[in-house]
Design a protein around this ligand. Structure first.
Ligand SMILES: [Zn+2]
Length: 262
């Protein structure tokens, strides 16, 4: 028997043995591979170098057939080798390549991770307050344009619930129309009220709170004379004093009602 014949016979015997007990044969192969990992790796490397096309095709097929497994393995590897810079770059490219798909993916993730999603949003807002405000303004405008009826209703509700803020808003609009600079809020008026102890800045009489004859918000230097609409140019007067002052400068008016300066 020649050497080739001997080898062929041995191979044939092995084949038969494997066919007779495939489970045992597979187990033996696995055990051999586990015991000879270096050799296995070297074999694979040599095969890949010799058959690059087949190798790539084989990998592609394997990934397609074991998608879940592959993803899990990649995730494990990423968790063990964090590289946020590289991941961001990858995400950016992936997003640019198919923004529609990327948005759908993001929505899916948000729906399945509500708590993490909220936390992420919170962090982003804290890091980008200006961009967040700008986005919120845009969204609000879009909603207002799309829901004019609801908008009118909620506006009315807000006005009824916030008369002071409403007055401040109207005053700011008037000042803006007169070309005056500055603005004040209902909080500024409340602070003034506290500072003046609820009394008229001129006659020190108690300021009327409600009704037709309530206190007036007065510009110390009239807007028509170049006064600003900032809180520092504002005082609260009783209606009587304010109507008597009209649009005179406060010091000028004070001289008129109290020429001796007492
Ligand atoms: Zn007064």
């Amino acid at each position: 028997m020649t050497r080739e014949e001997k080898r062929a016979r041995k191979t044939e015997l092995q084949r038969q043995r494997r066919a007779a007990n495939p489970e045992k044969a597979r187990e033996a192969t696995r055990a051999w591979q586990a015991a000879n990992r270096e050799t296995m790796r070297e074999c694979r490397r040599r095969y890949r170098a010799k058959n690059p096309k087949q190798s790539i095709e084989h990998n592609r097929k394997w990934y397609a057939a074991n998608r879940e497994k592959t993803i899990a393995r990649v995730r494990r590897w990423q968790a063990a080798h964090p590289n946020p810079e590289k991941k961001r770059e990858y995400d950016r490219k992936r997003h640019a390549a198919n923004p529609v798909k990327a948005r759908a993916r993001a929505r899916e993730w948000q729906a399945s991770h509500p708590a993490q999603s909220r936390e992420r949003v919170r962090k982003w807002i804290a890091a980008n307050p200006e961009r967040f405000r700008e986005g919120a303004r845009k969204r609000a405008r879009r909603w207002q344009t799309a829901n004019p009826e609801k908008m009118r209703k909620s506006c009315l509700q807000w006005k009824t619930a916030n008369p002071e803020a409403c007055r401040a808003y109207a005053a700011n609009r008037r000042a803006l129309n007169k070309g005056a600079e500055g603005q004040h809020t209902a909080f500024d008026i409340a602070a003034l009220w506290k500072a003046q102890d609820g009394k008229c800045a001129a006659c020190r009489g108690t300021l009327p709170v409600a009704g037709k004859h309530r206190y007036h918000v007065d510009h110390i230097v009239a807007l028509s004379k170049g006064g600003s609409n900032w809180p520092k140019n504002i005082q609260l007067l009783c209606p009587r004093c304010n109507l008597s002052k009209h649009n005179r400068d406060f010091t000028e008016w004070a001289r008129i009602i109290n020429p001796a300066g007492i």
